[in-house]
Design a protein. Structure first.
Length: 391
């Protein structure tokens, strides 16, 4: 009698659990909820741009028939426990109750991450594993949420919603729940620079300035320090020692450039590279560059301090050479000078006798007057030649 009473108690308890498993899941499905409880295992880390970060999440199922309790705790007898395992894992899902397997909690949970708050551009997410099956009441699942963001992310702080959808054994949607995980980017320096004059020209030993526009495209206020590296003897430095710039703000910066200390340059290109360090990023970040062409003659008055000797001696040397050359030419001219008597003869082709002046009188013939006029012209020409050669 005692044995039969225990058997009746076990069978009645089994029927009670069976009936409760039939009605409970349908009520939860009508609630359009996946009936889960999720907890984040550790503190949510800040996301560093360009790297995947893992967030561990524990999901506890609160829907269906508690297989573990039924097979191990409720049927707390060696033979019945094995019977319970066979019922739970073999007979119910695969043989006898295929059409009503949903009532025994043979479900599947799918996990799909998405941005539910904030701009999703620049963010990526994935969940591993993306689904768990089979699952039922009181089963514990461990999933990992992977989050990645780049420097072009539109929002530095977003909320990731893991959409958890429960599907029945027959593929019916039993409900959906969300697991909300707020994430944000780490503080990082993200600035862009546009040089207003990408190429400039200046003469040796002169100074000029170059302006550029710096924009903070990060999400935090930053303090920038500029470092300029140039080729050759070009000297370049930022006029502003440090620049405090707010998120989304654009500021003008000025760079002072000085050409090498030369006197004459035919045209040579130098590149000046611009780097920046910040409080958020102590490493040097390349921002851009500009070209400097040095050509022309130095107009700097201090250039005379070094080039005073060639500046003075070269003109003097040229003047002395010109003077010496002109002296040699004059000396040669004197050596080959024609005698005064022959100058006019060589020039006009007349003989010496034509220089004789006949006596004056009132009764001169026409030929004699012509000769006198010719003699006057010759004397004038001779005087001109004498003045020309300084005789």
């Amino acid at each position: 009698m005692e044995m039969s009473g225990k058997v009746i108690l076990i069978l009645s308890s089994f029927l009670f659990v069976l009936l409760s498993s039939i009605y409970c899941p349908t009520a939860k499905a009508q609630d359009e909820s996946a009936c889960i409880v999720a907890t984040i295992d550790s503190e949510i880390p800040s996301i560093r741009p360009g790297r995947w970060f893992v967030i561990n999440i524990t999901v506890i199922d609160k829907n269906g028939f508690n297989w573990t309790y039924f097979s191990q705790e409720f049927l707390n007898y060696p033979i019945l426990r094995w019977c319970g395992k066979i019922l739970v894992w073999v007979i119910w899902p695969k043989v006898m109750f295929r059409d009503v397997a949903d009532f025994f909690g043979y479900n599947t949970l799918f996990f799909y991450p998405e941005i539910v708050e904030g701009d999703p551009r620049g963010w990526k997410m994935k969940v591993i594993p993306s689904s768990v099956s089979p699952t039922t009441d009181e089963m514990v699942h461990h999933i990992k949420l992977y989050v990645w963001a780049d420097k072009t992310a539109m929002d530095y702080s977003v909320t990731v919603g893991i959409r958890c959808t429960r599907y029945s054994y027959n593929g019916r949607n039993l409900g959906t729940s969300y697991i909300y995980v707020p994430v944000k980017l780490q503080k990082y320096s993200y600035v862009e620079m546009v040089v207003d004059q990408p190429r400039i020209s200046l003469s040796p030993w002169s100074t000029t300035s170059v302006t550029a526009t710096v924009t903070n495209k990060g999400y935090y206020e930053d303090t920038l320090h500029f470092i300029l590296k140039s080729e050759g003897d070009i000297y370049a430095v930022a006029k502003e020692q440090q620049l405090v710039i707010k998120p989304g703000e654009s500021r003008k910066v000025t760079f002072v450039v000085r050409a090498p200390r030369g006197f004459l340059e035919y045209g040579k290109l130098y590149e000046v590279k611009i780097y920046a360090t910040s409080v958020l990023n102590p490493n040097q970040t390349y921002l851009g560059s500009f070209m400097v062409m040095v050509e022309g003659i130095s107009s700097n008055p201090y250039a005379g301090g070094i080039f005073v000797i060639p500046i003075i001696t070269i003109p003097l040397f040229v003047a002395v050479m010109v003077r010496a050359l002109s002296f040699k030419i004059r000396k040669k001219i004197k050596m080959v000078r024609i005698p005064k008597e022959n100058k006019i003869k060589h020039f006009f082709g007349i003989r010496k006798e034509t220089r004789e002046i006949p006596p004056r009188g009132n009764n001169l013939s026409r030929n004699e007057l012509t000769k006198l006029k010719l003699i006057k012209k010759l004397r004038k020409e001779e005087e001109k030649q004498r003045r020309r050669y300084k005789v």
